[in-house]
Write a protein that binds this ligand. Structure first.
Ligand code: OOG
Ligand code: NI
Length: 297
């Protein structure tokens, strides 16, 4: 538990450093009196992106979290974006869920597959198998170091033309893709996604509007929104530079399940609320790093 907490803390620390929207949201929440410090924010889930090739992908990355007590749950398939994903339930309800997706590399064009393999072939054995999973610093270093050479800008652009997920993952690797603020436990007036979005926009945050500014599951119980990823100054091979999409922040409202509608607010725990994810919502949220959304900055 201690080790897992250190791994999660390391991910959050670097994410917060790279993604100015995190502090922007937290400061706005403090200024508005929604929270007092920031550490009382409930993290609904964190997400990673991976390359679906031998030695890497979901089957490799998930091993870190399975080792620390996470349980694999539902599978999702995104045909148009050529992705697979699973979500993982934490060993303790105070910890975030994890969402790991993977590019179905074999479904892409020959040319793009070749570019991806030219990088991922540098990984000749599953790196997680030789990692000391009980060492928080070893895992932390692994998650934040390069598995392949720095990409060229030309390759990055060729990938982006066919899959903006591919170009994002080849550059950003296992840096956190997002963390997610639970809005349902916030004070009255901010505890539903529509009002929380209005608060965010009032403070100058730009929201992903693909499929609407929030996405709602068919059962009406899982509502999600996200910021448009901020741009980072990225350095490519041969000293070339470009502004590319980094990570974003997500917001989730999980409503109480009909079976527990009779409970009073103080009795409601995580188990009484809608669990899991929703493919149609996720399909839109992926676009938070796509140029169709980042162009709005
Ligand atoms: C993940 C998008 C899906 C969710 O909560 O459904 C997602 C990504 O952008 O990698 O986060
Ligand atoms: Ni998410």
């Amino acid at each position: 538990m201690q080790t897992l907490q250190l791994i999660l803390d390391g991910l959050m620390r670097r994410y917060r450093e790279r993604v100015p929207d995190v502090d922007k949201v937290i400061s706005a929440m403090i200024a508005e009196g929604i929270i007092r410090h920031g550490n009382e924010i409930e993290n609904d889930h964190i997400a990673f992106r991976t390359m679906g090739v031998p030695n890497l992908g979901i089957q490799s990355l998930e091993r870190i979290f399975l080792h620390h007590g996470y349980t694999r749950r539902d599978y999702y398939h995104f045909a148009e974006k050529k992705l697979n994903a699973y979500w993982y339930a934490p060993p303790d309800p105070a910890l975030p869920r994890i969402f790991i997706s993977e590019l179905r590399v074999g479904d892409l064009s020959e040319r793009v597959q070749q570019i991806i393999h030219s990088y991922t072939n540098e990984v000749t054995a599953d790196p997680v198998l030789s990692l000391d999973l009980d060492s928080a610093s070893a895992v932390d270093e692994f998650l934040h170091s390069g598995l392949w050479r720095l990409p060229s800008l030309e390759d990055f652009r060729a990938l982006a033309a066919e899959s903006e997920y591919a170009s994002w993952a080849i550059y950003n690797r296992y840096y956190l893709n997002h963390f997610t603020i639970s809005v349902h436990n916030l004070p009255e007036g901010y505890n539903d996604i529509g009002r929380f979005n209005a608060f965010l926009e009032k403070h100058g945050l730009v929201l992903n509007d693909s499929g609407g500014k929030y996405k709602e599951s068919p059962d009406g119980l899982l509502l999600q929104s996200s910021t448009v990823a901020g741009m980072i100054d990225a350095e490519f091979a041969n000293g070339e530079t470009a502004r590319i999409a980094g990570s974003y922040v997500e917001f989730a409202e999980r409503r109480v399940l009909p079976a527990f509608a009779h409970l009073s607010t103080s009795e409601i725990q995580r188990v009484h609320r809608r669990e899991g994810f929703e493919a149609a919502n996720a399909n839109r949220i992926f676009e938070s790093t796509y140029s169709s959304q980042t162009n709005k900055h």
